[in-house]
Design a protein around this ligand. Sequence first.
Ligand SMILES: Cc1ncc(COP(=O)(O)O)c(C=O)c1O
Ligand SMILES: N[C@@H](CCCC[NH3+])C(=O)O
Length: 464
Amino acid sequence: MNNFKTQENITDQNPTVQKAASQKITTQTEQGLYINPEALTAHLPTLQYRDEALYMESVSISELVERYDTPCYVYSQQAILDVYRAYSDSFAAVKHQICYAVKANSNLAVLGILAQAGAGFDIVSRGELMRVLAAGGQASRVVFSGVGKTRDDIEFALTQGISCFNVESISELTLINMVAKQLDKPAPISLRVNPDVDAKTHPYISTGLKDNKFGIAHDKALAVYEHAATLSHINIIGIDCHIGSQLTEVAPFIAALDKIIELIHSLRDKGIELRHVDLGGGLGVRYIDETPVTIEEFAQALLPKLIELGLPVFFEPGRSMVANAGILLTRVDVLKPTEHKNFAIVDAAMNDLIRPALYQAEMAVIPEVLPGDGIDTEGTQAWDIVGAICETGDFLAKDRLLSLATGDVLAITGAGAYGFAMSSNYNSRPRAAEVMVAGNQHQLIGKRETIEDLYAGESLWQAK
Ligand SMILES: Cc1ncc(COP(=O)(O)O)c(C=O)c1O
Ligand SMILES: N[C@@H](CCCC[NH3+])C(=O)O
């Protein structure tokens, strides 16, 4: 049986990393990457070791595994609220609204605790708005982003009384005006401006470059605002931008803000006065050993310009609110060492967590949160942690130095954002359970799907 001795195993075998491994989060060797679980969790807000056992808040992970089984997402309520408060406190010097980006994690319990804390929400579909309302959120604190809002979406959002549509094209503006006229209810809008700023992030999650589908080009925005001002049922109230996700530096945010401020001045010159500026989301998190700017540093960098501007400011954080509040627990089913590579096949897969497959995202794996009593392997080796799906791209982590046995439960950290929210049923796999922890309490907040659930809405062809 394994116990929590991975670090000793690796340092025994490889004296060159002996000292480094004791303090550093990562040690890269020729064989693979070693992640020191204790150094990693020292940077995670509510995940920590007590007597070599892993806890989230005051609940031991082994208790959660025994109760809810694997694969299972677990979220810390405290961690989510702490980040929300960090945003609120850091921007206290300006009037602000934190509109949590629902797409990052749209579980009702997550939305509910944020709604209770006073958060607003950034949504991209009618479905997300319905979730916010079902969780007790207020429509009057909702901003609606997205490039493809339908007539149905617009009608529903307008009827519910959302705060603002972040408009991404002229054709959307025309449609919103038309729907608003039919309902005889003027629509509050911002234009989402694409400032053509390099967010220096993965190309799939960069949204503020002129080649990206998002927003209205910065050099066209003034003309589109002037056009919007002529429309009978459009009420111009703000300006918006969102340049990408997992930004670790503040410079791209500042570059985008400068361009937005320049536009606000030009709009004032044309007699168009705005009531708020929305700077989107995008602040990055530490998955392993990245060093993104903190929320406090982010605020300190933006505040002088925002105070001078004198407009209320909206933010739409998604990842930074929830990523490090969540883990994905998964069990090692099969160990398959081969001549070239060692594969650990676990019970979670790309259908549960697609970020590694889609963006080659590196997420940390904590071994042996519950030791298995299955087939052990000899000490620390490099493993690819893979799912059982029939895709070569089905991996959760590659070349990780770990000591594994079948039955071991592993925790993938940073899984609170874009984890369950992006999951699917590929290969007819039921989606995982979701659990929330608060203090010494825990609760199932998302039931594991059954296989019958997967085809409950389907029917056999009936020949006539
Ligand atoms: C319009 C908009 N707002 C907010 C977000 C949230 O971004 P993040 O999760 O990086 O904070 C996104 C996603 O990137 C988005 O597209
Ligand atoms: N899904 C992405 C972020 C997308 C942001 C949405 N605009 C990720 O996991 O990193």
